[in-house]
Design a protein around this ligand. Structure first.
Ligand code: ISJ
Length: 372
């Protein structure tokens, strides 16, 4: 290819077109190879699994490390996750259940983890996400577990009390609320702002400053709010930018939450536990024995081995009056020696202990909840 003249815009764009054609040809070459891998997997085991999370993690890590720029580092991960999701869809699309409807932040987390070519199975409740994976209707499930401003999502913790599912990854995503409008509308014409009460709460100051004339209208989810705004000639919604895309709205103002660093942690439910990576987290569900010092006896085996407890949450078991389950998050993998010893002690000191899963710790911002 001839070197483009940097002073000539048409020349530069012609050069970009030529590069795009090469990228496309290479993508198709890659897709052909992935389809061949798929045929081999099918011959070896018709039921699968086709998804190879560990291989995907290795591909992403290798390419991120190899990137010399100027292409932005985080985009390498996003784009190659999409490429692998699309290649896998030629073998067998992953079925991913999540707390829906489409366009919610949990949908965004699912897309981040599995790419846009996975099959979306939006569910109405957190319980339904668990059931979809338990019954084999979905390969993975994604549920929110805690929000930086609003705290724990109790229904997710409660669902673990009656479920055999394991946690195989976590996703930490910044939650940026946007003000969405019908394309022809401007802020001055808005009379109603729809959203989930939690999202309205997260943007209270911005809404008071910029939309003092509009009523706040509560909706069951941010995506449902976007649908309502689409149907209201004087309506707006507080929701994700993905919801704008899905419901044909424009982003009138991005990032309107009062706390800039708003974030939510999501869990990926799946059939198989992740292998140790050296930067893992283990989630435990413990029933304490009744009596004085019971909680202390649960924490002591962890403290003695210098294992960092990153979270503790208690919930009523709903089996016996005043019986509580403790959810503990501890840094480390259940297969690491200190953790394995601590778990043996914990088992002896508690009425029951369930390891909900060991999985790679997400990197804040990167949302790297890679499956092992
Ligand atoms: C091609 C494969 O199947 C899937 C697609 C991958 C890819 O596109 O690189 C990687 C892992 C699998 O989820 C494979 O297992 O190598």
């Amino acid at each position: 290819m001839q070197r483009p003249d940097p002073a000539n815009l048409a020349d530069l764009r012609r050069a970009i077109d030529a590069v795009d054609e090469q990228v496309l040809a290479l993508l198709n070459q890659r897709a052909g190879l992935a389809a061949e891998v798929g045929r081999r997997k099918l011959a070896a085991a018709p039921e699968g699994p086709f998804h190879a999370p560990r291989r995907e993690r290795e591909v992403l890590a290798r390419l991120e490390a190899a990137n010399a720029g100027p292409f932005p580092g985080p985009a390498v991960r996003t784009i190659f996750q999409e490429i692998m999701s699309a290649c896998l869809s030629l073998e067998k699309p992953l079925r991913v259940a999540f707390l829906g409807p489409e366009g919610t932040f949990t949908h965004l987390a699912a897309r981040h983890q599995f790419g846009g070519s996975s099959q979306s199975l939006p569910q109405g409740t957190i319980q339904a996400v668990f059931r979809a994976v338990e019954r084999g209707g979905a390969d993975y499930g994604v549920v929110p577990v805690e929000n930086a401003t609003e705290g724990a999502v109790d229904s997710t913790l409660d669902a673990f009390l009656d479920s055999p599912l394991r946690i195989c990854a976590e996703i930490l995503l910044p939650v940026d609320q946007a003000l969405l409008l019908r394309p022809e509308l401007d802020l001055g014409a808005v009379r109603r702002v729809y959203s989930h009460p939690q999202a309205l709460g997260q943007c209270r100051r911005w809404l008071e400053a910029h939309l003092p004339q509009a009523d706040r209208v509560e909706a069951p989810s941010t995506s449902e709010a976007a649908r309502l705004a689409r149907e209201d000639a004087e309506g707006a919604a507080v929701a994700s930018e993905l919801a704008a895309e899905l419901f044909g709205l424009k982003v009138a103002e991005p990032r309107i939450q009062d706390l800039a660093a708003n974030a939510t942690r999501f869990l990926v439910l799946g059939p198989k536990e992740a292998e140790p990576t050296g930067r893992d987290r283990t989630s435990l569900l413990v029933l304490a024995q009744d009596g004085p010092g019971a909680l202390l006896r649960l924490l002591e085996p962890l403290a003695r081995r210098g294992l960092n407890l990153s979270r503790i949450q208690s919930r009523p078991t709903r089996r016996r009056l005043w019986e509580y389950a403790f959810f503990l998050d501890v840094e480390g993998h259940a297969a690491d020696a200190p953790m394995a010893e601590a778990l043996a002690d914990l088992r002896a000191a508690s009425a029951s202990l369930k390891v909900l899963g060991s999985y790679p710790r997400a990197v804040p911002g990167a949302g790297d909840g890679s499956l092992g």
